[in-house]
Write a protein that binds this ligand. Structure first.
Ligand code: ASP
Length: 584
C-alpha cells in the first residue's frame, strides 16, 4: 500500500496512529539535527519530521538528500506539533518518520510549486503538469468537475439523455471557420471538426430522443480574441415538442440550481429583456445588470442649441455616474482619452456635473444654460454629487462606445463584484444581420433558427426586420448560453438558406442530410448550448476561461507544452495526398 491516508486528512484525532503517506516534497527545512518536510498531494500538505534523537540518524541523513518535488513515501507516527499552523487542517500534527522511501527523484522545477509562484504564464503553460500541482490551478479543475457533475445530475433527473455525436463531420456553419481533417481513405476529401453538434442534435430530435444533452468539445478556427480557445466545451442541449418558454424554464432552472449551490441563495425567475431593449439601455446584447448607469437618450433636450456636434448626431446618449461629481479635470480628461483610444474610437465626450452645492455645470456651458442642464439632469434622474457623461454620433456606434465606458467605470468603481450574480435572458434577437463586407445577410444565431411566426411574412419584404425565436442567457455581462427554436419545416429551411445566399445546389450539398431528415416527420424542437468553460469561470467569480481548462492553448492557438500545431512528416503528407504550399 502506498498510503494509508492522504496528506489532507490527519488531525489530532489520529494521534499516535502509525500511518503511511505518499506525495511530493514541497519544502525542506534543514536545521542540522532536525529536518521538516512539507509533503503535498491533491488533498493537502502534511508536515513530516525527521529527528535523529527520536528515530535514526540514517533516516535523517536520507531526508537531507531529498530535493523539491521528489516523490516519496513516509511511514511514521502521528504526533502533536510544537508550533501549530492554524491555516491548514493538518496544522496541529506532524509525522515522526520511521521509514522513508524515495519513489522517484525530480529535477529542480522551473518555478516554485506553491500558491504564490515565481513562474510567468508562458513558463507555467509549458510545464502545465507542474502548474496543476498548485492549489489555485487544481482547485479550479475540481470546481469544474463539480459543476459538470451537477449539470449531468440535473439534466438526467429531468429526463435528458447524454448522447455522443461524432467529431469527424462535415461543416456546421456557426459563424466561424472550420478546422479540417484530411481523409486518408478518401483522398482529397476532408472532415470538419464540429463548431457545435447543432445538426446532429436536431437529427436526434427527428430520431425521437426528445431530450438530449452532451458536455462536448467544439472547435472554431477564429482569430483568438482575448480569452477565446479554439477548442472549448459546451453543455449542448435540445428538446422536442417544446416552445421557447419550455426551454427557458428548464435552463433557467439549471442555472439557478448551480447558483444556489454556490451562493446558497434562491434565484427565482430570471429577468428578461428584448435585444432591442438591451441595446437601447446598455448598448450591448449581454448587459451586466449588477449595476445601474442605464443609458439615457437626450436628443430632444440637446438639439437646436447651436452645439453642432449634438445637432448633427443621430443619437446623443449618456450615463449617470453616481457620486462622481467630484472628479477632477484630470480624471475626466483621462476618461475622455480612454474613450478616444482606437479600441473604443469615440470622438469625444461631454460631461455635466450636478455639484454638491446644487449648481449644475458642464463642459458645454457655452451652449446650454444652467436651466437646460438641469432639465437634462432631471431626465438622467441625477442628484447632487452625480456626474453625467454624454456621447454622440451614429446610434449603433455610440451605443457600443458608451457600453465600453459603462463597463470600464463598473470595473473602476468596484461595481462588478465576482461574488454577485445577476443572470437574465436576452430574447427576440434579429434573425439576420446585414454584412457590409460580403453584401449579404448572415444568420445572427445560425441558419437553423426559426423566425418568430408573426415575422415570417417579413422574409419576403424586409428580412432584416424579422425577429427570431432566439435567446441568450447572460450572466454578469457575459453570454453564457444561447439557442433558438428551430426551423422544422423543409420549405422554411430552404427559404432560409436562400436568404443566406446559398444556391439550391450548395444547400443540397451541405445540408441535404438535414433537409432529407425533415421529410420524414421532424417534431417541433428547440435548444441551446452553454459555454461551459466560461460558465464555470464566472460561477467561480473569475472571467479567465483558460484557468479552468487543464491544457489550454495560448493566444496564437498553440499548445506550448506539447508544441502543437507542428509540421508532419512527408510520409504522412503523401499518404494524405497533400502538398504544403507555404506562402513566404
Ligand atoms: N449550436 C448553437 C451554438 O453553438 C447553440 C444552439 O443553438 O443550440 O451557439
Amino acid at each position: 500500500m502506498f498510503r494509508t491516508h492522504t496528506n489532507g486528512e490527519l488531525t489530532l484525532k489520529n494521534l499516535n496512529e502509525k500511518v503511511t503517506l505518499s506525495g511530493w516534497v514541497q519544502t525542506i527545512r534543514d536545521k542540522g539535527f532536525m529536518v521538516w518536510i512539507d509533503l503535498r498531494d491533491r488533498y493537502g500538505i502534511t508536515q513530516l519530521v525527521f529527528d535523529a534523537d527520536r528515530t535514526s540518524a540514517e533516516i535523517l541523513e536520507n531526508a537531507k538528500k531529498l530535493g523539491r518535488e521528489f516523490v516519496i513515501q513516509a511511514e511514521g507516527t502521528v504526533i502533536e506539533r510544537a508550533s501549530k499552523n492554524p491555516k491548514i487542517p493538518t496544522g496541529e500534527i506532524e509525522i515522526l518518520v520511521e521509514k522513508l522511501t524515495i519513489l522517484n527523484s525530480a529535477e529542480l522545477p522551473p518555478f516554485t510549486i506553491e500558491d504564490e509562484t515565481d513562474g510567468g504564464e508562458e513558463l507555467r503553460m509549458k510545464y502545465r503538469y507542474l502548474d496543476i500541482r498548485r492549489n489555485p490551478v487544481k482547485d479550479k479543475l475540481i470546481f469544474r468537475h463539480k459543476m459538470a457533475q451537477k449539470v449531468r445530475n440535473y439534466l438526467s433527473d429531468k429526463g435528458f439523455i447524454e448522447v455522443e455525436t461524432p467529431v469527424l463531420i462535415k461543416s456546421t456553419p456557426e459563424g466561424a471557420r472550420d478546422f479540417v481533417v484530411p481523409s486518408r481513405m478518401n483522398q482529397g476529401q476532408f472532415y470538419a471538426l464540429p463548431q457545435s453538434p447543432q445538426t446532429f442534435k436536431q437529427l436526434l430530435m427527428v430520431g425521437g430522443m426528445d431530450r438530449y444533452f452532451q458536455i462536448v468539445k467544439c472547435f472554431r478556427d477564429e482569430d483568438l480574441r482575448a480569452d477565446r480557445q479554439p477548442e472549448f466545451t459546451q453543455i449542448d442541449c435540445e428538446m422536442a415538442f417544446v416552445e421557447q418558454e419550455d426551454v427557458l424554464e428548464i435552463f433557467e432552472g439549471m442555472t439557478a440550481h448551480l447558483l444556489k449551490d454556490i451562493t446558497g441563495k434562491e434565484f427565482g425567475k430570471f429577468p428578461r429583456m428584448t435585444f432591442d431593449e438591451a441595446m437601447k439601455t446598455y448598448g450591448n446584447d449581454k448587459p451586466d445588470i449588477r449595476f445601474g448607469m442605464k443609458f439615457v437618450e437626450v436628443n430632444e433636450l440637446v438639439k437646436g442649441k447651436d452645439f453642432k456636434i449634438f445637432d448633427e448626431a443621430e443619437l446623443v446618449v449618456g450615463i449617470n455616474v453616481e457620486g462622481c461629481a467630484d472628479y477632477t479635470r484630470k480624471q475626466i480628461d483621462e476618461l475622455i482619452d480612454w474613450v478616444k483610444r482606437p479600441q473604443i474610437g469615440a470622438s469625444g465626450m461631454v460631461w455635466i456635473k450636478f455639484q454638491n452645492d446644487g449648481v449644475v455645470t458642464s463642459s458645454v456651458n457655452k451652449f446650454y444654460s444652467e436651466e437646460d442642464l438641469k432639465k437634462i439632469a432631471e431626465k438622467f434622474g441625477a442628484k447632487e454629487g452625480d456626474l453625467m457623461l454624454l456621447m454622440s454620433g451614429n446610434a449603433n456606434k455610440v451605443r457600443t462606445q458608451l457600453s465600453a465606458l459603462r463597463m470600464e467605470l463598473g470595473n473602476r468603481l468596484g461595481l462588478r463584484k465576482g461574488d454577485e450574480f445577476a443572470p437574465l435572458w436576452v430574447i427576440d434577437f434579429p434573425l439576420l444581420e446585414w454584412d457590409e463586407e460580403t453584401g449579404r445577410y448572415h444568420a445572427m444565431h445560425h441558419p437553423f433558427t426559426s423566425p418568430k411566426p408573426e415575422d415570417v411574412h417579413l422574409l419576403e419584404t424586409e428580412p432584416g426586420k424579422a425577429r427570431a425565436n432566439a435567446y441568450d442567457m447572460v450572466l454578469n455581462g457575459n453570454e453564457i448560453g444561447g439557442g433558438s427554436v428551430r426551423i422544422f419545416n423543409k420549405e422554411l429551411q430552404s427559404k432560409m438558406f436562400d436568404l443566406l445566399g446559398f444556391s439550391k445546389e450548395e444547400a443540397e450539398a451541405q445540408f441535404g442530410f438535414l433537409m432529407n431528415a425533415f421529410k420524414f416527420g421532424a417534431p417541433p424542437h428547440a435548444g441551446l448550448a452553454f459555454g461551459f468553460d466560461r460558465l464555470v469561470a464566472i460561477l467561480d467569480g473569475n472571467e479567465v476561461i483558460r484557468d479552468y481548462i487543464a491544457f489550454p492553448k495560448n493566444n496564437s492557438g498553440r499548445d506550448v507544452m506539447i508544441d502543437a500545431p507542428s509540421p508532419i512528416h512527408n510520409e504522412q503528407l503523401n499518404e494524405l495526398a497533400l502538398k504544403v504550399n507555404l506562402k513566404s
